[in-house]
Design a protein around this ligand. Structure first.
Ligand SMILES: *Cc1c(COP(=O)(O)O)cnc(C)c1O
Length: 404
C-alpha cells in the first residue's frame, strides 16, 4: 500500500529510534526511567473525578453532545477567562469545546488554509503546528526561537513575502519545549503583526497555569482588540492533570472559532458530556490543588537544575512549564547525546531536533516523573557524568576514561 504523500512528509524517525533503543534496553533488563514525556504523574483531583462519575450516571450524557460544547462548559470557560485574565468572551460565539487542545490545533489549518497557503510555526515548537499544516496541504514556515532573544521570535525578521503567503501564526507561551515565557508587550507586537499581514494568530496557552515563583502568564486576548485576529487554545490536561480525559477549549475571534466548529461538525461529535461536566467542576471548583501541584514541580525543577549545573551543564532558570531545555554539553548532536545518556544511565530524555531544526543542540527534560524516580535518574546522571575533583586532563572527559 502506498500512503498519501502528505503523510510521507511527516517523519517520526528520531522518536521511533529512541523508542527502539529504550525497548532494547528494557529487554536486556535495564530499569529505564522516562524523563522524555510531558504527562503529569500527579492524578486528577478527586472532586473532578467525582463529577465525572456523577455525570456518567446521568443517562442524558449518554447521547451525542452539542457540537460546540455544553452551555454549562462554555459558560464556565467564559467565567474562568473573566476571573483569570479579566477578558470577556461570549460563550455562544467565541468559545468552542475541544477533544484536548491538540485536536483543535490539528484541525485549525483545515479551517483556515487553502492548499499552498503558509503557516508560521515556531522552531523549535510543538510538532503539531507543522504536521497539521502539512496535513491540510499547507506550507509550514519555521520561525526561529533563539536563546539570545529569550526564545521569542523576531517577527520583524520574517520575510514580507513569507508573511504575506501565510494565514496562521502559531505561538506558544509559556513555551514547550524551551520553557520560555512571553511578556504582555510581545503579544501587543504579535497582534500588530497579525493585523498587518491578515493572519490568524493562534496562541497555544496550554501552560498558562504551570508557572513558578509568583509568575502569572498572560493571555493574548488581554491585548485590546486582539479578538479581531487572535484565538487562544487552552487545555485542562496540564493544569488539572487530565491528559487522559481529552478536554480543552479555544476562545477568541468568532469567525475563526466558527470555522473550526464547522470542520469539527464534519469530523467528530464533541466531548463526552460527563467529561464536560467534570471540566466545569475543574474550572469552577476549588483550585487549592494547583499550588500543591506547582510546589511539587518547583521542588523537582530546583533539584534537576541544581544537579545539571553541578555536572557543569548550562541549565537556564525556569519560570514556567515543566520542561528543562538544556544545551547539549560537549558538542554532540542532540540525538547522540540522548542516546549516550540512555545507554549510560537508562534515562530517556528528548533530543531537541525532534522539535525542529533550531532544537538541535538541546535536549528536553520533563519534570512529570514521580519524585523517587526523578531522584534516581539524577543519581545515575551524577554517577555517569560527574566530574572528578581535579580537572585539566588533556584528552577526553574524565568520565569517558576507564577508572583506575
Ligand atoms: C500538551 C500540549 C498540548 C496538548 O494538550 P491536550 O489538551 O492534552 O491535547 C498542546 N500544546 C502544547 C504546547 C502542549 O505541550
Amino acid at each position: 500500500m502506498q500512503v498519501a504523500r502528505r503523510l510521507e512528509q511527516i517523519g517520526a524517525y528520531l522518536f521511533a529510534d529512541l523508542d527502539r533503543k529504550q525497548e532494547e534496553l528494557q529487554a536486556k533488563g535495564v530499569d529505564v526511567i522516562n524523563l522524555g514525556i510531558g504527562d503529569p504523574d500527579l492524578p486528577t483531583p478527586a472532586h473532578i473525578v467525582d463529577a465525572l462519575m456523577e455525570g456518567a450516571s446521568d443517562p442524558r450524557t449518554h447521547r451525542y453532545p452539542p457540537y460546540s460544547g455544553t452551555q454549562a462548559f462554555k459558560t464556565a470557560v467564559a467565567r474562568w477567562y473573566g476571573r483569570r485574565f479579566g477578558v470577556t468572551v461570549d460563550p455562544d460565539r467565541e468559545v468552542l469545546a475541544l477533544i484536548g487542545s491538540k485536536e483543535g490545533l490539528a484541525h485549525l489549518p483545515w479551517a483556515i488554509l487553502n492548499p499552498g497557503d503558509g503557516s508560521l510555526v515556531p522552531d523549535p515548537g510543538y510538532p503539531v503546528y507543522r504536521s497539521a499544516t502539512i496535513l491540510a496541504d499547507g506550507v509550514p514556515h519555521p520561525v526561529p526561537l533563539l536563546p539570545e532573544r529569550g526564545f521569542l521570535p523576531e517577527l520583524g525578521a520574517v520575510p514580507a513575502a513569507v508573511a504575506r503567503s501565510a494565514k496562521i501564526l502559531f505561538l506558544n507561551y509559556p513555551n514547550n519545549p524551551t520553557g520560555a515565557t512571553a511578556p504582555r508587550e510581545f503579544f501587543d507586537e504579535a497582534v500588530q503583526f497579525a493585523r498587518k499581514y491578515d493572519l490568524i494568530l493562534a496562541h497555544d496557552n496550554s501552560y498558562s497555569e504551570i508557572a513558578y515563583d509568583g509568575y502569572r502568564p498572560p493571555s493574548v486576548l488581554q491585548v485590546p482588540g486582539a479578538a479581531d485576529v487572535a484565538i487562544e487554545f487552552h487545555s485542562l490536561s496540564k493544569t488539572y492533570g487530565m491528559t487522559g480525559w481529552r478536554v480543552g477549549f479555544v476562545c477568541g475571534n468568532a469567525a475563526a472559532v466558527g470555522a473550526l466548529a464547522k470542520i469539527k461538525t464534519n469530523v467528530d461529535s464533541g466531548v463526552f458530556q460527563a467529561v464536560q461536566h467534570a471540566g466545569v467542576a475543574a474550572l469552577e471548583g476549588p483550585q487549592d490543588h494547583l499550588p500543591q501541584r506547582l510546589r511539587i514541580y518547583q521542588a523537582r525543577r530546583d533539584r534537576v537544575i541544581r544537579t545539571l549545573r553541578s555536572l557543569g551543564w548550562q541549565a537556564a532558570d525556569l519560570k514556567a512549564t515543566f520542561y528543562v531545555w538544556l544545551p547539549v554539553p560537549g558538542g554532540m548532536s542532540s540525538a547522540q547525546f540522548a542516546a549516550t545518556v540512555l545507554e549510560k544511565t537508562g534515562v530517556v530524555i528528548t533530543p531537541g531536533i525532534g522539535y525542529g531544526a533550531r532544537g538541535e543542540g538541546y535536549v528536553r527534560i520533563s519534570l512529570t516523573t514521580p519524585d523517587d524516580r526523578l531522584d534516581e535518574a539524577l543519581r545515575r546522571l551524577t554517577k555517569a557524568f560527574g566530574r572528578v575533583p581535579q580537572r585539566g586532563a588533556a584528552e577526553g572527559s574524565p568520565s569517558a576514561r576507564p577508572a583506575r
